[in-house]
Design a protein. Structure first.
Length: 131
């Protein structure tokens, strides 16, 4: 135990003797700890936290296979959506949305993605209550 205290005092003396090295070491530790916290916070929020919805583990997203490209795309065509609405034993609720491009500049040169959602999606997720 005495040796440990001697080592700590020696280390502090060396750090005080070389302030440039001390500053670089402290700055490196601060950047490393800050980056680690930022990455962990992002991963925790995006991947580990459940969605802020009632029974979020029961939410699903339906994707359709595009036969031309061979890739899955989000959403289904209206006849399939109508058929899913008729088969009410599969889903307790079914809502749809449409992604659109919205012009945001005066000359309409730049477009941003937006979404049209029906009101039932907020009722289903529990973010809006029926009155």
């Amino acid at each position: 135990m005495v040796s440990l205290w001697q080592d700590i005092r020696y280390g502090l003396r060396m750090l005080a003797k070389h302030p440039g090295f001390t500053a670089v070491a402290v700055l490196t530790l601060a950047i490393g700890i800050g980056a680690n916290m930022a990455i962990f916070s992002f991963v925790h929020t995006v991947l580990l936290d459940p969605l802020p919805a009632h029974d979020s583990h029961q939410l699903v997203q339906i994707r359709a296979l595009d036969k031309e490209s061979g890739q899955y795309r989000i959403g289904v065509n209206p006849p399939t959506l109508s058929e899913l609405h008729q088969q009410d034993e599969i889903f307790s609720e079914l809502v749809s949305s449409k992604t659109i491009q919205l012009p945001i500049k005066e000359n309409f040169s730049k477009k941003e993605h937006g979404a049209i959602r029906c009101l039932r999606i907020f009722l289903m997720c529990g973010t809006l209550r029926r009155s």
